[in-house]
Design a protein around this ligand. Structure first.
Ligand SMILES: [Zn+2]
Length: 74
């Protein structure tokens, strides 16, 4: 189930950071909002690089990491 979501997010992001466009080998999947944990909609998931992940946390300390994954891990 999660893997399907993860792949969906990756595809949506075109395998790049959705914030800066970095073609990073490591991307984090974050919730854009923190209200629907457990019920997260795909639209609320965002793939970001490590750098942007840190920035997002600076802007919103409540933002939590959902999953760290490596591209091409399969
Ligand atoms: Zn980025």
């Amino acid at each position: 189930m999660w893997k399907k979501k993860r792949n969906w997010v990756l595809k949506k992001a075109d395998y790049r950071c959705e914030r800066c466009g970095a073609d990073n080998k490591q991307l984090y999947v974050n919730h854009k909002t923190y209200e629907r944990v457990g019920y997260e909609e795909q639209e609320n998931l965002i793939a970001v690089c490590k750098s942007c992940h840190g920035k997002l946390h600076g802007e919103n300390p409540k933002l939590d990491i959902v999953s760290l994954f490596r591209l091409h891990e399969d």
